[in-house]
Structure formats: structure tokens, C-alpha cells
Design a protein around this ligand. Structure first.
Ligand code: ATP
Ligand code: MG
Length: 564
């Protein structure tokens, strides 16, 4: 996949033009700038793949930078998880891991430089007054009564703000631009606010904290970023990004906006994901139902499949929702080629083969991966009593049912053709076991007389298999766009109450007993499964279903749509 020719897109066209015109000495230097206030999600993966992919393809550099300018929300746990996730996705920042808070002294000096140029002033309006005097798109704002303070007074007040002499919220530093500017972001935006808070890296050293619009361009400039790629919401902020860097007459990266990823049936906002974690709707940030990188990893996604997904969806200038099956398909494509096929029965129903000798057992040969001849074959024990799926038996078969039903034959995968004789029921009328006979001439599953057997089902020996927990997942939200809620309603009302189903005693073929955690398999006819990295141990595996199968089984059993 790394060798794939990168798809062209509008960002690559801009970069090509910049390189052709000799901008930035022919360098390409990008960055991924997360705020450490949550775990990364699949939307961030799009940004990481885009930025690190550009650096790789143009033989440039890629930085990981924590935008940790907001002291109240940031935590070390988030920093650690973000570093792990970026590395796992293959975002190669080498030794360039930076923290915006390390630039606070330089940012302060630059702000003071603007004060001395008469381009910034200390304003004593309350936050409410600042908001009210900003105006609307159709109405100009009103100048602050503090707008014309002298440079000396501004410099003195700003320094004292920094020294912690004033309480939170009492003053701000604002850029002196134009209160009638058609773009509201340029109506004397706030650059610094007073905040006596503990910062995760700076402690109590700073009493003033920079606002995003002021800080972000400076961070890019300090790191000599050439192309500062962000999501479309920042398009209207770009004139301000440019204004600050022009006013400082310093190195000036180019901001480019692209459409953020929205994925169906989930939410991609750290704030909302945090709500799900806090309120215990999920077991944590890495719950396998979460769209977080750590959740997808624990579900069984590979980093290759996530990168393939990001390449597939590409980058565009308009917002849209990508269907979650596009993501699932990128994983299926990979696992179909790589995953070992095994047999497990999720909802066991006992089948007794009356004419099979009581003490006999045989080793059947099963192909490990029909897509990969090098994967070889394995031996799976077979005996008189086996388990099959409850679904694969119907006493009264619906039309086109080609599985177990009294009087008919079915193929046990790579074993024998068996004929169903009767169902045994308990007092309440529930089927407790099925009696069958087998045809000893059909070892391996083919009839020497060439008679047609339409159905093939999977099975596990009752005597040799073992029980294991299996977790089945469905979409986290029932609605395609769960955030679209009416006024006063909550997106959490759209949570899918059936997003997790735990099966305690699935019956598994014996070879699975000692598999290591974090291994991938295809359970024949049931989907791709992953041994949970946290809960699974050799000797006691726990399986997460990563994705269901789509068409793979349909090829084998085309005539029986119900068997998929
Ligand atoms: P959230 O809304 O989930 O909190 P954010 O934009 O506040 O996300 P940041 O930590 O500020 O999160 O984002 C880091 C980078 O990831 C930014 O450059 C941002 O543009 C990008 N990013 C965030 N969400 C998406 C998304 N859904 N699709 C693409 N890029 C995204
Ligand atoms: Mg943010």
C-alpha cells in the first residue's frame, strides 16, 4: 500500500505550484497539531495520514505538535495516547515532538512587539462587553473605550498581566485591526486572556494564555511549517492568521483548508466522545465500539486498513458523511487475504451422528486460507457429537433453506455429508439436539456419486472443542447522523441499545485455545474476529468481532442467501 501512487488532490496541486515557484526553498514541512484534551478518532487519522503522507511523498518533514495552550483541559494521559496512536498509524515525526506551551516566551515577546508597534492594546471591557460591541455581519462593531491607550500604558499593563497582578477576566490583550471589518474575526480579536491556572507542563508559571487564532500561526512559523493544513471551519480565520504573521514580519506558512471527515452512525467530536466515556455508555476511550484510534485498534482494525481507508476517501473542499461500511470494507479487503479461517459456533446446538462409532475420532484437513495457498492446512478433530449453529437447523424449513432439516442432507465443512433424522425436544417443545446419520463414503465433504448438496455448514467437535466468550458489535448509534437532533434533545438518545452483545459460551475448535492476544481470524461464515488485547490470554481467549463477512460466504453458498 505504501507503494501506491498517491492520488492527486487540490492540496498536492497547491504544493506543486508552490514548489514550482520556488516558495519555501523547495521544502515541504507539515504538522499534526492536536489539543491534548481527548483521545484521537478516525477524523484525526485522516489528518495524520494526509499530513504525514505529504511529507513522505515530497521527501519533507512532519511534526507532531501538541497545541497545549488551554491549561484547564489538558492531561498527560491524552498526550501519551496521542503519541502512541500517531506512531501506530505510521505518522513518522522522527524526533520532532513539540509542545506549543514551550513557545510561550516567544509568543509573549511577539505580542509585546505588536504592542510597541501600536498594533495591540490592553482592553478592560468585560467578556460580555467585548462580545456585545463586536457587531454583526451586517452591522459594524463599536470601538473599545480602551482602544487608544498609549503604547507605554499598554506595554506596562500587558507586562503586569503576565506578572499576575490582575484577576482572571479583568483585562485582555487585543489586536488593533478594524471594528468595522466585514470579517468578524478581524474586529480587534482577543490575543491573550488572564488565567491563573495550573498548566500540565508549565505549572503556575504563566498567568496569561494565548488564544487559538493568535497562537496557531506563530507555532507554525516557529517550526518553519510550509503548509499548515486544517479543516474548513478555519477558512474564515485565515485572514487573521495572515494578518498576525504579516504584522510580525516573520516566516509565513500557508494555511490550506480541507473538509473534515464525518462518518455515519457515530460522532467525531472529542467533547461528545468524552461524554460517552464519562457517563459510562461505553467502557472507556478504547471501547471497541468507539470511533477512536484506540477503539478501532482494540476492535481489530489494522493500521494498514485505516491508511487505505484514508487514501480511498481522499480530500475535498466540501463536507459530507462517509458511510461506515467504507471503513469496514477497507478492513475486509485486507483480512480476506490475511486472516486464518477457523470454525467456531456462536449459538451451539448439539448434533449426534447415530451411525458414527462412539469411541472414534478423526482428524479432518481444513484449508487455512483459500486466498493464500502459503497459509497451508490444519487438522481439526471430528467425532460422533458436534455442535452447529442453532440457526442452521429448521424443523419446518422456509423456502430455499438448504441446511439441516429432517429428511435432508447437508455438508459439514470439509468433513462428511450428514442426513438429518429428527429433532429431540424438551418438555416445552424446544429443540435440544438433532439426530443425524452420516455417509462414510463422503469423507472431506464430496459425494462419490456426484449427488448435489447445496448447503455447507460449519461445526465443532463437542468432545474436543472449548467454550469462549465472544463479543459482537453493532453500530454505536442507530441514526446515520446522530448529532442531528431537535432543539432540546440529546445526541445520546440515538445510541444503539444493542451495540454490544456478549456470548458467554461460543464453542471453538481446539486449536484456538492457546492463541495469543491480538490475533486475527475469520470464523467461517461469521466474520473476522480479534482476540481482545486486554482481556484475552493464551488458554482463555476472548474474541471481539471486528466486522461481519460480506460476500465471501455467498460465493461458496450462492443458492442460500440465509447462510451468509
Ligand atoms: P474535535 O472536534 O474532535 O474535538 P478538534 O478539531 O478540536 O477535534 P484538535 O485536537 O484541535 O481536535 O485537532 C487536531 C487536528 O485534527 C486539527 O488539525 C484538525 O483540523 C484535525 N481534525 C479534527 N477532526 C477532524 C476530522 N473529523 N476530520 C479531519 N481532520 C480532523
Ligand atoms: Mg479543538
Amino acid at each position: 500500500m505504501e507503494n501506491q501512487e498517491p492520488k492527486s488532490n487540490f492540496i498536492r496541486e497547491i504544493i506543486d505550484a508552490d514548489l514550482a515557484s520556488g516558495k519555501s526553498e523547495g521544502r515541504v514541512h507539515t504538522r499534526f497539531p492536536p489539543e491534548p484534551n481527548g483521545y484521537l478518532h478516525i477524523g484525526h487519522a485522516k489528518s495524520i495520514c494526509l499530513n504525514s503522507g505529504l511529507a513522505r511523498d515530497y521527501k519533507g518533514k512532519f511534526n507532531l505538535r501538541f497545541d497545549d495552550t488551554n491549561p484547564s483541559k489538558e492531561e498527560q494521559e491524552y498526550v501519551d495516547s496521542i503519541v502512541e496512536d500517531v506512531k501506530w498509524l505510521g505518522g513518522d515525526f522522527e524526533d520532532r515532538l513539540f509542545f506549543a506551551s514551550d513557545y510561550f516566551p516567544q509568543m509573549y515577546d511577539w505580542a509585546m512587539a505588536l504592542v510597541k508597534k501600536g498594533k495591540a492594546y490592553v482592553c478592560d471591557q468585560t467578556p460580555e462587553e467585548v462580545r456585545r460591541s463586536r457587531g454583526t455581519p451586517s452591522e459594524p462593531g463599536k470601538d473599545s473605550p480602551f482602544r487608544n491607550r498609549s503604547i507605554e500604558e499598554n506595554a506596562d499593563l500587558f507586562e503586569r498581566m503576565k506578572n499576575g497582578e490582575f484577576p482572571d477576566g479583568s483585562r485582555v490583550l487585543r489586536a488593533k485591526i478594524d471594528m468595522a471589518h466585514p470579517n468578524l474575526y478581524l474586529r480587534d480579536p482577543v490575543m491573550y486572556r488572564i488565567l491563573h491556572a495550573e498548566h500540565h507542563r508549565q505549572g503556575g508559571k504563566w498567568c496569561v494564555y494565548p488564544m487559538y487564532d493568535w497562537a496557531h500561526g506563530l507555532e507554525d512559523s516557529i517550526e518553519q511549517i510550509t503548509h499548515s493544513i486544517c479543516t474548513l471551519e478555519f477558512e474564515n480565520h485565515r485572514p487573521l492568521y495572515d494578518w498576525f504573521l504579516n504584522a510580525l514580519e516573520t516566516y509565513h506558512p500557508r494555511q490550506i483548508e480541507f473538509a473534515r471527515l464525518n462518518l455515519s452512525n457515530t460522532v467525531l467530536s472529542k467533547r461528545k466522545l468524552l461524554e460517552l466515556v464519562r457517563d459510562n455508555h461505553v467502557s472507556g476511550w478504547d471501547d471497541p465500539r468507539m470511533p477512536t484510534i484506540s477503539g478501532l485498534r482494540r476492535r481489530g482494525y489494522t493500521s494498514d486498513s485505516i491508511r487505505a481507508f484514508c487514501a480511498e476517501i481522499g480530500v475535498a473542499k466540501f463536507n459530507s458523511i462517509v458511510d461506515i461500511w467504507v471503513l469496514e470494507n477497507s478492513l475486509r479487503n485486507e483480512l480476506n487475504k490475511t486472516a486464518t479461517r477457523v470454525m467456531a459456533v456462536l449459538r451451539p446446538l448439539k448434533v449426534v451422528i447415530d451411525n458414527y462409532p462412539q469411541d472414534q475420532a478423526e482428524e479432518m484437513d481444513l484449508v487455512n486460507n483459500p486466498e493464500d495457498p502459503a497459509a497451508g492446512a490444519r487438522k481439526v478433530p471430528f467425532c460422533r457429537e458436534i455442535y452447529v449453529e442453532q440457526d442452521d437447523f429448521k424443523e419446518v424449513p422456509p423456502p430455499k433453506f438448504f441446511r439441516l432439516t429432517p429428511g435432508r442432507e447437508v455438508r459439514l465443512r470439509s468433513a462428511y455429508i450428514i442426513k438429518c433424522v429428527e429433532a429431540v425436544k424438551d418438555a416445552a417443545g424446544n429443540v435440544t439436539e438433532v439426530r443425524c446419520t452420516y455417509d462414510p463414503a463422503t469423507r472431506g465433504g464430496t459425494a462419490p456419486d456426484g449427488r448435489k448438496i447445496k448447503g455447507t455448514i460449519h461445526w465443532v467437535s463437542a468432545r474436543h472443542g472449548f467454550a469462549a466468550p465472544v463479543r459482537l458489535y453493532d453500530a454505536l448509534f442507530t441514526k446515520r447522523a446522530p448529532e442531528d437532533v431537535e432543539e432540546g434533545r440529546d445526541f445520546k438518545e440515538n445510541l444503539n441499545p444493542a451495540s454490544l452483545e456478549t456470548i458467554n459460551n461460543a464453542w471453538c475448535e481446539p486449536g484456538l485455545k492457546n492463541v495469543p492476544a491480538a490475533s486475527r481470524f475469520q470464523f467461517e461464515r461469521l466474520g473476522y474476529f480479534f482476540t481482545d488485547p486486554r482481556d484475552s490470554k493464551p488458554g482463555a481467549p476472548v474474541f471481539n468481532r471486528t466486522v461481519t463477512l460480506k460476500d465471501t460466504w455467498a460465493r461458496i453458498e450462492q443458492k442460500d442467501p440465509a447462510a451468509k
